[in-house]
Design a protein. Sequence first.
Length: 448
Amino acid sequence: MEHLEQLRYSGLFEARVPRYTSYPPANRFIPAEGSLYQSNWLSDIPRDASLSLYVHVPYCKSMCWFCACRTQAAESREIVDDYVEYLLKEIAFVRELLPQSVTLDRLHLGGGTPTMIRPAQMDRLLDAIYTALPQAKTFSCSVEIDPMQVTQGALDNLIALGMNRAMIGVQDFDPSVQRAIGRAQTFEQTFEVVRKLRKSGLQHLDMELLYGLPRQNAASISETAQQVLAMDPDRVAVCEYSHTPNLAKRQILIDARTLPTAEDAFLNAQVARHMLLTDGYETVGVDHFVKPGDSLVKARDTNTLRRDFEGYSDNTSHALIGLGASAISRFPAGYVQNASATSIYTKLVSQGNLAGNRGYVLTANDKLVAAMIEMLMCRFEIDVDDLRKKFPGETGLIDELLQNLNKVYPSHLDISPSHIVIKKPSHPLARMVCSTVDQLGRGRRAGQ
């Protein structure tokens, strides 16, 4: 297969590159820089701005071995109840710094397992959020749902509180794969939760599959994709599992000998991709598949698609504010990440402080590189004319980056004076191209 051989020759199956849900990636955030700027950046948000809010719940009933999220096992629901009290305090601190006229456009509860919050505490949490930030006309609320431990009452309560999009991680339903990743989530269990969600009035359903999991093969991912299609989600993300036990210690429990090769994992992903496309889904970016008419399709077609911590969105909010341990806030001037350890987060909040612990101030160089990476991840192209208009002081760096891209990927790019486009068969290289832009931009900055 010529196409596969070209990807192999390009180094795709040896590459280890960031997901680029932010630029720079969070592992480059600088200690203390978050706390230095957090209050000022909150205060600098313009009047009448629309905001997004992310609430991180770092608790799970049990830990899945594959997960690299900032989470921990909760021995009891009381621990989660106590954590909500700190969230309420943090909301009050943030509200004091914001202009009175800001509104809330997007709310996302993630984790961890947000559905571990009891309904009464969830009522208090969302009531505090809605009191602090009135909902915009375009308000949307999404929540990550764990089908293994959620009740009809909890789902009814969430929808009554404004949840209109639920997100369910599937990974792979094959029992041998699930045993290899420390998970026990059946299709029947998941289907029943989806049925309950729709019975309660849910508007939108998102699901996620992972490829590259231990003991996974074309047959298991094909069967899982078929089962996902049976649940008729609006959006499906097909994302790569990253085995990094040096960073995510729980992954030590996974037998690395059972992992597919990078090339086999890629071919498995193509199986899922083919099935989704055959069923009528459209591609958005590098790993999302959505139904025709979805708002992400409109964003894709109007060049307003964004790359963010959820993968892809049509979110145009002025800033994203993160609440909870390890949550990341995104401002026009940079990023702030709350203290990752729950013990440090709760200590900071109990002392009357904001929880920012790390951060990053974006330079003009960073903003240019971020813009190029977002274009590549969302559109598989770089609009050179648009860059020159937005960054008139960076024309030298723009020219240098484009010349170097042409040298590194001559057979994978279509180049004109106004655009650099990744050829369609080379779309799987998008993150590699982004990594090259990233490295060239960092090298230029270091040499200045």
